[in-house]
Design a protein around this ligand. Structure first.
Ligand SMILES: [Zn+2]
Length: 497
């Protein structure tokens, strides 16, 4: 009884809202009309019939049973309340018999025609079928009155799915589209490729990737009014990418490639380091052994670094110099570790971590400079400038990102020696030794410096840096400096107290 009262209250409320009590005035002469429900995909057409149940309107009504089978929806009929709940795709639509008021996911919607209870089923006006369900199912519902066809399942979305295929060091991510879509690509960070798809409507429930697949770590979509942004997060070993269209524009493909991995231990979890080396500041008087030199060629892969007026890319010069330098160090009897030996991008933290894990005794990071005008030129050598004034060893630990602070005395000395030796060797302008809180240096548990070998914004220097002969002279300057540094700090047995 209580439920009936509730129903009456509901009817009363809706009647007040629509200003008219929807009487079940059914056209007694309503003719059967044949309706073909057609679906895309493999489902066969379904022949049903509709009725024009209203005396004053041509609105066609369909049985809720037929509509639910079309939508693959489930129905719950509560005879006491004369209430039908249709559940589809996680949504809930509630119809009341002989009422224009329906409830879609808790929100009231007013139809022009009521829903009629007739011959043991609720009959839904075509208006409800075509206007309510597309948004809930993501599929279009189109009524072609002249042909008597109700077409269901032509997706509203024009970007309908994402597939990922991976092979040896290559991953293809394909966006499947129902029409030709224009796109633009950018790389907001070194490990992100973003596609801006103009006029795209992306089915965000399908076009996404939440776990790693091939060289992709995830894919997310932001749908905006005029375009959609699809963001591909890349595995850090990705070295190059390209986008192209396939299937006459009906697929946009992002191709990711990685080059061969460098032969170094994988970086381990960060946090507190517990390395073999002393965890107290080194004042420069201790004997230190210099055997393994870590050479870090700055930038790489998607990150070109500075770009010269002639188009020279910093990443290439850094790598060329690293290669020459490593040969010269080896022939001088040192062991060499390269943080990268190919055109690949590695995070700054990972570079210093690799230096530590490979047992490096000294680290040299190679870079080129650039400025807004062509005037500046010359060489600079940098060592680390801490950002914090508190001592790094508080609490008995030295956090990995502060470990360079233990080596500042030696790093400073190394920087001075390298700077002088480079100028002696090349006659370039000396811009001196400088300090900065470079991220690549801060986690290195060894004396570490960063050398800016010249300005790519200066065409003369750009030209010099492009020649192997000049790079060879730079390399000589660095190797000689390291020998001087080693001999100064690596004390002989007799000299050690
Ligand atoms: Zn650089």
């Amino acid at each position: 009884m209580k439920r009936i009262l509730l129903f009456l209250l509901l009817v009363a409320t809706s009647s007040i809202a629509d200003g008219r009590f929807a009487q079940p005035v059914i056209n007694s002469e309503a003719q059967l009309r044949s309706v073909v429900i057609s679906h895309t995909g493999n489902r066969p057409d379904n022949n049903v019939f509709g009725l024009e149940l209203m005396t004053d309107s041509q609105e066609l009504f369909l049985k809720s049973h037929d509509v639910a089978s079309m939508l693959l929806a489930s129905r719950f009929w509560e005879p006491e309340l004369r209430r039908l709940t249709v559940k589809v795709n996680g949504h809930k639509v509630v119809f009341l018999a002989d009422n224009r008021f329906i409830n879609v996911d808790g929100k009231g919607v007013m139809l022009r025609a009521p829903v009629y209870l007739h011959e043991g089923d609720l009959w839904l006006p075509m208006e409800a079928v075509t206007s309510i369900f597309p948004a809930l199912t993501g599929q279009s519902v189109q009524w072609d009155r002249a042909r008597g066809r109700l077409e269901y399942g032509t997706a509203l979305y024009n970007v309908r799915s994402l597939t990922v295929e991976s092979g040896n060091r290559v991953t293809f991510a394909k966006l499947h589209c129902s029409k030709k879509i224009m796109w633009r690509t950018d790389t907001p960070t070194s490990s992100t490729v973003r596609l801006k798809l103009y006029g795209a409507l992306v089915d965000t429930s399908i076009v996404k990737l939440e776990k790693e697949s091939g060289l992709l770590s995830n894919v997310s979509v932001v749908q905006l009014e005029e375009y959609a942004l699809v963001t591909f997060k890349l595995n850090r070993t990705v070295n190059s990418f390209r986008t192209f269209s396939e299937k006459e524009g009906n697929a946009i493909v992002l191709q990711l490639e990685e080059t061969r991995k460098i032969d170094l231990p994988a970086p381990r979890a960060r946090g507190y380091v517990n390395m073999a080396k002393p965890m107290a500041a080194i004042d420069g008087t201790e004997s230190i052994s210099i055997k393994t030199i870590v050479i870090d060629a700055g930038h790489g892969g998607l990150d070109a670094g500075k770009i010269g007026t002639r188009g020279t890319q910093e990443k290439t010069i850094n790598l060329n110099l690293a290669e020459i330098l490593s040969r010269k160090f080896r022939s001088a009897g040192f062991d060499v570790v390269l943080t990268r030996d190919s055109d690949i991008l590695i995070d700054l933290d990972v570079r210093s971590e690799r230096a530590n894990l490979s047992g490096g005794d000294l680290m040299i990071s190679l870079h080129c400079n650039g400025w807004f005008n062509s005037k500046p030129n010359g060489i600079e050598t940098w060592f680390f400038q801490p950002e914090l004034t508190t001592p790094p060893g508080a609490g008995g630990f030295v956090r990995w990102e502060r470990v360079q602070e233990l080596h500042l005395v030696n790093s400073s000395d190394l920087a001075e020696i390298i700077q002088k030796s480079l100028i002696d060797e090349t006659d370039a302008t000396s811009r001196g030794v400088k300090r900065e809180s470079f991220k690549v240096l801060r986690g290195a548990n060894m004396p570490a410096v960063l050398v800016e070998t010249g300005f790519l914004s200066n065409s003369k220097e750009e030209k010099k840096l492009s020649s192997k002969r000049y790079l060879s002279r730079l390399a000589d300057g660095i190797v000689e400096a390291v020998i001087i540094f080693r001999d100064k700090h690596q004390k002989t047995e007799e000299a050690t107290p």
